[in-house]
Design a protein around this ligand. Structure first.
Ligand code: PXG
Length: 481
């Protein structure tokens, strides 16, 4: 027993800290003393101190020093409806007073979970009438892995165990998520991955399409799936999983020929097709689901993030007719689930969030107005001397920082990856009040879908200014060609 007060009682609010009443230095010190952050080098973070985000409204964030920042990443690809939505807070508040939680095990259910499942069946592609709820995208993909293998067991082909994914895919951080993903840095840590998962190349034209048209490269990249199926044996392959547009991998937008050819190959070998829509779902690409835009009909969809705009954690799996029918008719107990599957308060947040996306026509606006505007803006950024090429899809975009521009994407000269040019550029962005992610030397954005055309202009002007500052710094360092 200790007689000392617990650490949590240490006052972190300093009277001298100005209007917001927050002492940034004290928070940073406690943060570094106690809080282990995701995907973070803690020794480096201790040196710099974490930036403390205290408030959000619309597309803007404020930090504890009072700086106003444009959130070019919508939290982490998720705050689709923007910050400050009182009606989502009210819906969650009301649900918490009515029934904060009850489980969906043992033949019980709750009203918001039923309503949300019904609404998801309505807004998703026609093959989806059923949903399995989780708390995150990682858990959605864990569920999919177990569900797919269970499906083939029930179908009398238990030897169909292999799942094919792509290098540089991100499917989450749980053991199954990391195994399904193709992130080299994750595979390098933590010992053996889940067996039976195989990776093929990503459909990145800039990386692999030299000497080919984009359309031909799309067919070639899809052909890597067929080659892998034949190598493993078609009767051993359970499923293929991919993000319609790879998000965390750097906004890799496949050629338009890619997904229809993937669909054709999956059909040919009777392989389940899984669309990981944790980022692409709920309007990011200008359609409710990315597969609709890319022209394929998956058997399963993983979702999370945008379903609640990140206000409360929620994820899930849309289960298509083929798999749902098998599980329901032959499956007996599916021995899988989470305490919080179908959490009523999280489902209440999702219902109100989807209502906002619908009534404000945010998905349609991405397709017809803000998405095309972002495309035009990024085309103009592509003329900057530091930018090799730029692409957008809906309300996500990426541009590559290069040492020397070239006539085509394949003729640009990249920086030495050790120089960390992307992180250097990102620092300028942060200092100037706009959040962009750096994936190597590719700078990416995925702002709230509520961002207006005028706000896109504001964001792009700041980006241009920071590209200038980065170019100035790189020139001074003698790093430009
Ligand atoms: N699938 C995809 C396609 C994702 O983008 C997950 C699954 C996992 O979701 P949860 O909710 O378990 O995190 C994600 C998550 C980044 C970054 O650096 C992206 C994600 C998560 C963390 C960082 O861009 N996406």
């Amino acid at each position: 027993m200790t007689t000392n007060p617990p650490q949590a009682c240490v006052p972190v609010v300093s009277e001298a800290a100005g209007k917001q009443g927050l002492d940034t230095a004290a928070l940073q010190q406690l943060d570094s003393a106690h809080y282990l952050h995701p995907f973070t080098d803690h020794a480096a973070l201790r040196e710099s101190g974490a930036r403390v985000i205290v408030r959000g409204d619309g597309i803007y964030l404020w930090d504890s020093e009072g700086n106003k920042i444009i959130d070019g990443m919508a939290g982490l690809w998720c705050v689709n409806a923007g910050y400050g939505r009182t009606s989502i807070a009210d819906a969650v508040h009301a649900q918490m007073l009515q029934l904060p939680f009850y489980n969906s095990f043992f033949n019980t259910t709750n009203v918001p979970a039923v309503q949300l499942a019904t609404l998801l069946a309505e807004i998703s592609p026609p093959q989806f009438e059923h949903v399995f709820f989780t708390n995150s995208g990682s858990e959605a993909n864990d569920t999919i892995l177990r569900m797919v293998r269970r499906y083939w067991q029930l179908a009398g082909q238990p030897e169909r165990q292999a799942i094919i994914s792509r290098h540089n895919a991100y499917h989450g951080s749980t053991v199954a998520g990391a195994s399904l993903g193709g992130m080299a840095g994750m595979h390098a840590q933590g010992g053996p991955m889940v067996p039976g998962i195989h990776h093929i190349g990503q459909p990145c034209y800039a990386e692999g399409g030299r000497g080919m048209s984009e359309a031909d490269f799309g067919l070639e990249a899809a052909g890597w799936l067929e080659a892998k199926i034949l190598e493993l044996g078609p009767d051993k392959v359970a499923a293929f999983i991919g993000e319609p547009v790879q998000g965390a991998g750097g906004v890799i937008i496949p050629p338009s020929t890619y997904w229809p050819e993937i669909q054709r190959i999956c059909n040919k070998y009777d392989i389940l097709l899984i669309s990981d829509e944790v980022i692409c779902g709920f309007g990011r690409l200008g359609a409710w689901f990315g597969c609709e835009l890319m022209g394929f009909q998956p058997d399963l969809i993983a979702f999370a993030k945008g379903v609640t705009s990140g206000y409360v954690p929620l994820g899930g799996v849309l289960v298509g007719g083929r798999v749902a029918q098998m599980l329901i008719e032959k499956g007996e107990d599916f021995n899988h689930g989470f305490t919080y599957s179908g959490h009523p308060s999280a489902c209440a947040a999702a219902l109100e969030n989807i209502r906002i996306l619908q009534t404000e026509l945010l998905v349609e606006r991405v397709a017809l107005e803000t998405g095309p505007h972002l495309k035009a803006c990024f085309a103009s950024l592509a003329t900057h001397p530091l930018v090799g090429h730029a692409q957008t899809c809906g309300l996500t975009a990426g541009l590559n920082l290069v040492r020397r521009k070239g006539a085509t994407v394949h003729d640009c000269e990249p920086f030495d990856s050790e120089q960390g040019v992307g992180m250097l550029c990102r620092k300028h962005m942060f200092d100037k009040g706009v959040i962009m992610r750096a994936v190597g030397d590719r700078m990416i954005v995925a702002p709230p879908l509520s961002m207006t055309v005028a706000q896109i202009d504001e964001m792009v002007e700041r980006i241009r200014e920071c590209l200038d500052l980065t170019l100035e710094e790189l020139t001074q360092r003698g790093w430009m060609a």
